[in-house]
Design a protein around this ligand. Structure first.
Ligand SMILES: Nc1nc2c(ncn2[C@@H]2O[C@H](COP(=O)(O)OP(=O)(O)OP(=O)(O)O)[C@@H](O)[C@H]2O)c(=O)[nH]1
Ligand SMILES: [Mg+2]
Length: 268
């Protein structure tokens, strides 16, 4: 809170500063009581909260790290996140985003994290991450050995995972006055760089694909005006010798996603 308070003070115009001073000097208790609330509302507008959802191994942590301009730790590919991860993207003019990454594994922590972002402290927007069936197979917690899964199995798992998350989004949207935005981030684009258009189409509303149909259902449930849907291809990896996408293009894709988040949040 003290951090938000400092920010609030520094960005208040001079007249605002005197007004606040006057309120305090006048001892108007109601003014004092509502000040923290105003500050937190201001902070929230400048740093909207964004839930990052999607099945295990799909690339949520890597993408949130890219968006937050943070280098990912070198955990092995078979290790998934166990708890809700928080990342912050800071942009010029004291704007940015607070990302809440929900662990994809069906651990007990996942249900609590889903409750937290969609019910207890409902987020402003959602990035749902998919990977065209290229989610890295992960072992069930507590077991050893290499996990394997075919692309078809992973595509089916993505769909199942989306059914759960989309219900959570629908119930949040109907309870809410202001609209909620959803971005489907199709990541690992480096693995299917020559099919981006088809893949984006598969994940789009109105496409008639199994995923598109579930999106249409969500929009019908939530009410079209309550929910905006964007579909964007992105990658957290690029530039190494074997990659089909250059480092520059990978960065441009991540930045395009960030620009869209800024537009959806009214930052620009
Ligand atoms: N080729 C490629 N691999 C990626 C990309 N993004 C992530 N990966 C790899 O996919 C694996 C899973 O990525 P994570 O970000 O850990 O996945 P997650 O969605 O956070 O998974 P959970 O924490 O289990 O929910 C890692 O081995 C990453 O290196 C990408 O854009 N391209
Ligand atoms: Mg993770």
């Amino acid at each position: 809170m003290s951090r938000a308070a400092t920010r609030f003070r520094t960005i208040l115009p001079y007249s605002g500063r005197t007004a606040l001073g006057a309120t305090i000097a006048g001892g108007v208790l109601s003014g004092l009581a509502s000040a923290p609330e105003r500050m937190s509302r201001l902070f929230r507008r400048r740093f909207p909260t964004v839930a990052v959802t999607g099945m295990t191994g799909v690339g949520k942590t890597r993408l949130a790290d890219r968006l937050a301009r943070r280098t990912s730790g070198q955990s092995g590919p078979e290790v998934g996140s166990a708890v809700l991860e928080r990342r912050t993207r800071r942009s010029p003019r004291l704007q940015g985003f607070r990302f809440l990454v929900v662990p994809g594994d069906n651990a007990a922590t996942r249900l609590g994290a889903l409750d937290e972002v969609f019910h207890d402290e409902p987020v402003d927007g959602v990035i749902h991450v998919v990977a065209n069936g290229h989610a890295t197979p992960r072992r069930t917690a507590g077991t050893t050995g290499q996990a394997t899964a075919t692309r078809e199995e992973q595509l089916a798992a993505e769909l199942e995972d989306w059914a759960i998350t989309s219900h959570r989004i629908a119930s949040m949207a109907v309870r809410r006055d202001q609209p909620v935005w959803l971005v489907i981030a199709v990541t690992k684009a480096d693995l299917f760089a020559d099919q981006l258009d088809e893949v984006v189409h598969y994940y789009s509303p109105g496409s008639g694909s199994p995923f598109g149909e579930k999106l249409d259902e969500l929009r019908a449930l939530a009410g079209g005006a309550k929910l905006s849907v964007d579909v964007l291809a992105v990658t957290s990896q690029g530039g190494d010798r074997t990659s089909a996408i250059s480092a520059k293009r990978a960065s441009a894709m991540v930045e395009a996603l960030a620009v869209r988040l800024d537009q959806l949040s009214g930052h620009i």
